[in-house]
Design a protein around this ligand. Sequence first.
Ligand SMILES: [Zn+2]
Ligand SMILES: [Zn+2]
Length: 150
Amino acid sequence: MSSNTQLSGGCQCGAIRYTVSGPLRAAYACHCGECKKQSASAFSMSIAIPFGQLNVTGSVKTYETRAFSGKRKQACFCEICGSRLWHRTPDTDDQITLKVGTLDDASGFSPRGHLWVSKKQPWIVIPEGVPAFETQPEDVQAWRESLGQE
Ligand SMILES: [Zn+2]
Ligand SMILES: [Zn+2]
């Protein structure tokens, strides 16, 4: 992905739209119980980006919960259709984790790392050589950065 790439995305109903400019960090998957709930699927897939890299139109609602680290976490979603768009940790930094499935074209992204594989569905096979944690590393932010860029 070149540095001037711009990607677009949004919620299911289209009330929230965003653009994000590249280059983007590598995507990763999380198989924990929380991510199964929030994604309503087998795992979540996310990309960590600075919030400032995102240009948003539409009204975003937040649901606040706690990350495993104990930090406050804001889950941002569309109040009309309920799509989860990104998570934000407001106390620590300006990073968000963008939900890959909300991109209009996510075909170029595959998980380059996996968290919480101790909770993953047995039919999901992680390719050899892809970093995977039974739970999660102490410093998740540093781990995300270690995965490189798309
Ligand atoms: Zn919507
Ligand atoms: Zn998770």
